[in-house]
Design a protein around this ligand. Structure first.
Ligand code: BDR
Ligand code: CA
Length: 318
């Protein structure tokens, strides 16, 4: 199984990603880090702990991460999307387990250094922890297997501004460092996550599962209402974070565009937080780009939700 460290700003879709990574037999979740983003970091941490316990994986070490952007400045949260508890206001509120000593960034460095060449880091929140880890350990890029993020948009528009996706928009300076580092970076952006959706038929299947399935059905209810009002005009949600986990693990194999150069726009202008991905190879036949290291996922399986729901509905009670 693939060794994975997951870094989450645990709101609703992050919870599905953690469950997928905890339950899938081809994934060995060796560490989980929390980060600010959808909710404050204390709430994200509590949700990380709750989720691994619910999945029957209390041994997964959870480390608390950054509380705001790497360069300082205001942390803006998304309680209106994920609920005050980050769990669609349906979370148990149960305080369970405890974090391990040290920060999420320190945990990344520790686990990657202990398993050189073997660990895939999957970050599905703002990239603050990963950028801090790079600062702590500049050799990190040569020690990881790769990095997969849910974030950005190559062909699609943004979801916070016209061009910026939330995870990148929250901390563009951190994201710029992560895009710049010389590791194999797989970007699972809004291009594919907005086209991979869950609806009430998925909730009905979750309701027929055990307590984990029923819990996920409850937290999705709030998330669907948000998307009904803000995006789709009907009750369904997109599947952001679990998609990145599956693509990282190879349990879903997307159609990959050629590896390209990509960077994040910083500064104060209207394009702050945009991911610029040089997809001219795919669309215009331009030659391969020297030194490129970013794989942008542009096509994947729109029915991936079925796989996630089947795994979660089958989870035993713990
Ligand atoms: C991303 O931002 C967060 O709200 C979601 O959990 C996902 O990681 C989508 O833009
Ligand atoms: Ca997230």
């Amino acid at each position: 199984a693939l060794k994975m460290i997951l870094d989450c700003d645990t709101g609703v879709d992050d919870t599905l990603a953690i469950l997928y990574a905890s339950l899938h037999p081809e994934i060995d979740l060796i560490g989980l880090g929390s980060v600010w983003g959808n909710v404050d970091v204390a709430t994200a941490t509590r949700n990380c702990l709750h989720t691994v316990h619910m999945a029957g994986r209390p041994e997964v070490p959870v480390a608390a991460g950054a509380a705001g952007p790497i360069a300082g400045g205001e942390a803006v949260f998304a309680y209106h999307v994920h609920g005050d508890d980050g769990q669609g206001n349906a979370g148990s509120g149960r305080e369970v387990g405890a974090v391990v000593p040290g920060s999420a960034a320190e945990q990344i460095v520790r686990l990657v250094t202990a398993n050189p060449g073997e660990v895939e880091i999957v970050a599905v929140g703002p990239l603050t922890n990963l950028a801090i880890a790079l600062g702590l350990c500049p050799e990190l890029p040569s020690l990881v297997r790769g990095v997969t993020i849910m974030g950005g948009a190559a062909d699609a528009p943004g979801n916070v501004t016209e061009v910026a996706e939330a995870n990148i928009w929250c901390d563009p300076e951190a994201a710029a460092a992560v895009f710049h580092a010389p590791w194999r970076l797989t970007m699972v952006g809004l291009d594919v996550t907005m086209r991979t959706t869950l609806d009430d038929s998925h909730r009905a299947r979750l309701d027929q599962g055990g307590t984990v399935g029923q819990y996920v059905s409850r937290i999705l209810d709030f998330y669907f209402e948000f998307f009904a009002g803000a995006a789709f005009g009907e009750r369904r949600s997109c599947m952001h974070d679990a998609l990145a986990v599956a693509i990282a693990a190879g349990t879903l194999v997307p159609d990959l565009a050629p590896t390209v150069n990509a960077y994040v726009v910083t500064g104060d202008g209207p394009t702050r937080g945009q991911t610029v991905c040089d997809t001219r190879g795919k669309y215009m036949g331009f030659p391969a780009q020297e030194g490129a290291h970013c794989q942008v996922v542009l096509e994947s399986d729109p029915h991936f939700g079925d796989q996630v729901v089947a795994l979660i509905a089958a989870a035993g009670d713990s």
